[in-house]
Design a protein around this ligand. Structure first.
Ligand code: NDP
Ligand code: MG
Length: 385
């Protein structure tokens, strides 16, 4: 079949690396257009050479000279800065993998959506913040939004061929993170190094902290609410420490469909890259006899208030999920920098939610305004504390 053109936004990250590992194994099927990074210019240059990208972009403009030097004489175009990133994301390719971390990925992802191709979405914060602004743009421009987040990819697969009207429950599974069994006292003293060591998944620092606080599952609840229109009351969370069942859909006749797989992001990424076909991955086959037991339990919202905050934010709708996301991004950065304790993350998000209730955003620029105002409020509350 003909080659498909591909851009990877956030190519130097964990999801970016997993994506390019799959592309590397079937180079003949893909022509790489744009690869982007924030500041890791040398790794970006290495990838751009390996994949013969048309253009490499660093969002941090200060790194452009380094990138230009590293790609001198290759014929690969280089660019730097946020506006360049947005322009390049909007060049129009068959498939865009949206794998930037945080709301920083929103504007470039929206630029890709406006070109109407396939958007393989890992960047959940963008959808959480923009909500209907993003889903409306997807509909308006005829884009195809395919979830890469493993739970949402699982749900997407379990919904194929079924009408959402028949859904009784959608159940998101959660590993529970590295602190699943820790007491409140232990959580109060948890360090960044402990938080970024996830038992099952190898991920970027921000999502690892989100997994430890359960904000990751909270963001995923809001993400699922936008992707799968069954109503918030039909979305549930269950803790499943083995991370083998990636999520489930129960229908009204009592049938539950689940998607299982190894804890390897290359599986859901491959599903999105090949959809509606299938492609090979080098992942280990699922060896259930070796795994032995799959266990499930209810989440504990006392030790981990994040899912409660996220559910309330989803019910409130409008700008509130963007406030929750921005406050969380600020709190996670502060925790990673050693400025606040682990348990302050959720407390600080709740403080921001209690003091800042902007009106629903009608456009991308409204969402970006809410995001920056919420960050400002979060920093002020942190300094006052
Ligand atoms: P990483 O931190 O590993 O990578 C983030 C990528 O985004 C890097 O390429 C980074 O560039 C780039 N980036 C960071 N900040 C900016 C910015 N301000 N502007 C432009 N680019 C930026 O993250 P992950 O790959 O772990 O996660 C990416 C997204 O996918 C997140 O939204 C996460 O929630 C989601 N996700 C990740 C999973 C995983 O297993 N990792 C699973 C499910 C979802 P640089 O290298 O230069 O810093
Ligand atoms: Mg996930």
């Amino acid at each position: 079949s003909a080659q498909r053109s591909l851009s990877v936004l956030g190519a130097t990250g964990s999801v970016g690396a997993s994506t390019l590992d799959l592309v590397r194994r079937e180079r003949e099927n893909w022509s790489v257009v744009a690869l982007t990074a924030h500041s890791n210019a040398l790794e970006l240059a290495r990838l751009a050479r390996e994949f013969s990208a048309e253009i490499a972009v660093v969002a941090d403009e200060a790194r452009l000279p380094e990138l230009r030097e590293a790609l001198a004489g290759t014929g690969i175009e280089v660019a730097g800065g946020c506006n360049a990133l947005i322009e390049v994301a909007g060049r129009g390719v068959d498939v865009t993998v949206a794998a930037i971390v945080g709301c920083a990925g929103l504007a470039p992802t929206m630029a890709a959506i406006e070109k109407g191709g396939v958007i393989a979405l890992a960047n959940k914060e963008a959808l959480v913040s923009a909500g209907e602004v993003m889903t409306a743009a997807v509909a308006k421009h005829g884009a195809t939004l395919l979830p890469v987040d493993s739970e949402h990819n699982a749900i997407f697969q379990c919904l194929q061929g079924n009408d959402v009207a028949h859904v009784r429950w959608i159940t998101l599974t959660a590993s529970g993170g590295p602190f699943r069994d820790w007491s409140w006292e232990q959580l109060c003293a948890a360090t960044p190094a402990q938080a970024i060591k996830h038992p099952n998944w190898d991920m970027g620092a921000k999502i690892s902290v989100d997994s430890a606080t359960m904000f990751n599952k909270g963001l995923e609840l809001i993400e699922a609410h936008h992707l799968f229109p069954v109503g918030l009351d039909r979305l549930r969370i269950i803790v499943h420490p083995q991370s083998i069942v990636h999520s489930m859909v129960e229908y009204r006749d009592g049938s539950t469909l689940a998607q299982l797989g190894p804890s390897d992001m290359r599986v859901p990424i491959a599903s999105a890259l090949a959809w509606p076909e299938r492609m090979n991955t080098p992942c280990d086959p699922l060896d259930l006899a070796a795994i032995g037991e799959l266990t499930f339990r209810m989440p504990d919202e006392v030790r981990f208030p994040a899912t409660r905050l996220a559910r309330d934010a989803a019910h409130a709708g409008g700008a509130i999920p963007a406030v929750l996301n921005a406050a969380n991004e600020v709190a996670v950065a502060a925790f990673l920098a050693g400025q606040i304790s682990f348990t302050r993350i959720a407390a600080q998000v709740e403080d921001v939610l209690n003091t800042y209730m902007p009106v629903p955003p009608a456009s991308l620029s409204d969402v970006l305004d809410v995001d920056s105002e919420a960050r400002q409020r979060a920093r002020e509350l942190m300094e006052a504390a």
